[in-house]
Design a protein around this ligand. Structure first.
Ligand code: F6P
Length: 360
């Protein structure tokens, strides 16, 4: 029996009562999103039993091969969220253009943007994947006329809500409606997400970092500097040993950081100069930046706070550095020092060390 435990619907209705700017049917929209995540959790957990693993034989807008579950997860969001009358349009990693709410349904005042199944290279090997979503207000007149992609191009600071579902050993939903970051665990016996992790806080300091180290030669100098100092451990300028993790699933990495601190980096690199980073601003970086910021952490491109970046296109990519506040601020400082030339590596024939890297 529930016996007073807070389920996600109760939580959202109470948040809406508390915050008068969450107008109209906000909590009902969130319930539709929650239902999408439950449907995806079911598909992910059935895997091979329901013939859901493997390639779909198609490509998404970024030219990446789609998995069957990518396609199904995208459909789950569209079908659960298109009829309620709460949205004017949706946009997704899996669709080149926006999805305006079909004319037979009423149009609402919100916009939903999502990555239906993030970390999908992990699907076929039964590792953690997740869904990420961001809710924006439809600008004035958006629901009157036909919404366009331009209506979505709002800085992350304007998100009304953001969250992710993590399909891991247990399925969790972590969300923020602008009043802290809160975690819910799916109780499969009753089909409800129950509040298990209220008011998550990211420890400001950490000894753990996550980065795809195979890209090291392509990283920018400030990131090379930061990682080399972590690797130097106790004997280097940081004076302490660090641990490294890489799940290759952003949802899982951000979740670990919310649970025990850490810093996650997918920085700008020179591997493909046409891309300023790997992760997508609207449906990966922005929602995660809100979740992290609402838990006391920080999210940055290295030179700008992610929540302040003005999007210029739906599928734009950004460098992402997020997690424990002190570490993200340090990496931002390294970017500034690189800009001003203060961090020039110094190779001394006497000491054979980069002594100009100060640690203050
Ligand atoms: O596309 C996003 C993503 O799958 C993230 O979830 C993850 O952090 C990253 O890409 C993994 O990248 P790589 O394949 O370089 O390890």
């Amino acid at each position: 029996m529930l016996c007073g435990r807070t389920n996600v619907n109760k939580f959202l209705i109470e948040e809406q009562r508390r915050n008068p700017s969450l107008v109209g049917d906000f909590s009902m929209l969130m319930s539709d999103i929650v239902r999408s995540c439950k449907a995806i959790a079911q598909g992910v957990s059935r895997g091979s039993l329901a013939d859901l693993l493997g390639d779909a034989g198609s490509e998404n807008v970024q030219g990446e091969g789609q998995k069957k579950l990518d396609v199904l997860a995208n459909q789950a969001f569209l079908r659960h969220c298109e009829w309620g009358g709460h949205l004017a349009a949706m946009a997704s990693e899996e669709m080149e253009d926006i999805f305006p709410i079909p004319s037979e349904n009423p149009r609402g005042r919100y916009l939903l943007v999502f990555d239906p199944l993030d970390g999908s290279s992990n699907i076929d090997v039964n590792l953690s994947v997740g869904s990420i979503f961001s809710v924006l207000r439809c600008p004035e007149n958006c629901s009157g006329g036909a919404p366009t992609a331009v209506d979505f191009l709002q800085p992350g600071a304007q998100q009304v809500a953001a969250g992710y579902a993590l399909y891991g050993p247990s399925t969790m939903l972590v969300l923020s409606v602008g009043n802290g970051t809160h975690g819910f665990t799916l109780d499969r016996n009753i089909g409800e997400f129950l509040l298990t992790h209220p008011n998550l806080v990211i420890a400001p300091e950490t000894r753990e970092f996550a980065i795809n180290a195979s890209n090291e030669r392509f990283w920018e100098p400030p990131v090379q500097r930061y990682v080399s100092e972590c690797l130097a451990g106790q004997s280097g300028v940081r004076g302490k040993d660090f641990n490294m993790r890489w799940v290759a699933s952003m949802v899982a990495e951000v979740h670990r950081i919310l649970m025990r601190g850490g810093v996650f980096m997918y920085p700008r690199d020179s591997k493909d100069l046409s891309r300023p980073g790997r992760l997508r601003l609207m449906y990966e970086a922005n929602p995660m930046a809100m979740i992290v910021a609402q838990a006391g952490g920080l999210a940055s491109t290295g030179s700008q706070r992610i929540l302040d970046v003005q999007p210029t296109s739906l599928h734009e990519r950004v460098p992402v550095i997020l997690g424990s506040r002190d570490e993200v601020e340090r990496i931002e400082r390294y970017h500034r020092e690189h800009e001003t030339g203060e961090d020039q590596p110094f190779s001394s024939p006497l000491f054979s060390t980069r002594t100009l890297f100060r640690d203050d």
